[in-house]
Design a protein around this ligand. Sequence first.
Ligand SMILES: Nc1ncnc2c1ncn2[C@@H]1O[C@H](COP(=O)(O)OP(=O)(O)OP(=O)(O)O)[C@@H](O)[C@H]1O
Ligand SMILES: [Mg+2]
Length: 318
Amino acid sequence: MDQDALISRLPASIASRVRSAKLADGVATLVLDVSGLDASKRGELEEAVRDILGQLDEIAEVRVAMTAEKVQRRIVAIGSGKGGVGKSTLTANLAVALHRMGRKVGVVDADIYGPSQPTLLDNQGERPQAEEQKLIPVQSPHGIPVLSMGHLVEPGKAIAWRGPMAGNALGQLIDAHWGEVDTLLVDLPPGTGDVQLSMLQKHKPAGAVIVSTPQDLALIDAQRAAQLFDAAGVPLIGLVENMAGYVCPNCGEISDPFGQGGVEAAAKAMDVPFMGRIPLNMAIREASDGGTPPATRDDDTSAPFRQIAEQLAAWLDA
Ligand SMILES: Nc1ncnc2c1ncn2[C@@H]1O[C@H](COP(=O)(O)OP(=O)(O)OP(=O)(O)O)[C@@H](O)[C@H]1O
Ligand SMILES: [Mg+2]
C-alpha cells in the first residue's frame, strides 16, 4: 500500500490534514497538520486515525506525529497624541467586540507607567505564570488573554522606568505565550515616547488606530502620533473620534462640549479612513471602569464599538 492508498482510507476531513504517510513492515507513520486545533481536538483526531487504520489487515501499528504551523500574529497599536482621550477604553471594547465576533484576540497594555487593562478587563490582582522564561497571559472573564505591567507590580505603586527598561518591559509583554491569538491589540501610552519608539523598532505593528477627541489641540497631537507611525512605515488603519457628542443621562439629548466632526475632517485631510464616533456617555465610563466594557452587551452604548470593531476586522481580512 502506498501513501495515496493509505490516505484514501481516511475521511476527507482527516485526509486534508495528512502531510506525509508511509507504510513499512506493517507500521503506518503519519504526519498530521493540527494547526488551529486545541489539545482535545488533536486527541480526537489522533484516535480517529488509529481506529480507522488499525482495522486494516496490513497495518499492525499506527504512529502519529503532529505538526502545527506557527500562528501568524499581527500587532494592532491603539495610540493617541494626547492623554486621556480613550485609548484604553477603546482597546478593551474592541477586544471584547472582536472576541464576540469569534476572533482570537489578545491585549497588551503597553502603558507601563499607568496600566489600566487589568481594571477594564476585570483581572486585576492576578499574576501571570511564566514558562520557559516567557509570561503566560492572564485570562479576562470576558474571554480575552491580557498582559499588563499592572499584573506584575503592586497596584498603586509608581513605576519609574528609564528608556531601555521600558523597552524591555514591553518586550516581555509582547513576546509571551500568546498561543492561538492572531491579533494582538496594544494599548499604548499617550504621546510619542520610548515605548512607542520601541514598538516601532522591535515589535512593528501591522497597523495603527489613532484615537482623538474633537478639540483642535487634541487633533494636532493626533496628527503628530499618526506621522510617527506613518514615517515608520506602519499603515494607519484609521482615526476614531471619542467623546464626540455628550449624551445627557437624564433626557438623552446629545450636545457637543468639545465640538463634533473634527476628527472626521482631519482624517479626510490626512487621507486616512475615519472609523467612527463614540459619544461622551457616562454609561461608557461606568461600565468600563467597573470591569464590564459596554461591548459585552448588545445595546446603543456598545453599538459604536461594534461598528469600529467590524471595520478593524475588515481591515485585518483585506
Ligand atoms: N466615550 C466616553 N464616554 C465617557 N467616558 C469615557 C469615554 N471614553 C473614555 N472615557 C473615560 O475617560 C477616562 C479616560 O479614558 P481612557 O483611560 O480610556 O483614556 P486613555 O487615552 O487610555 O488615557 P491615558 O492617556 O491616560 O492612557 C476614563 O475614565 C474612561 O472611562
Ligand atoms: Mg490608557
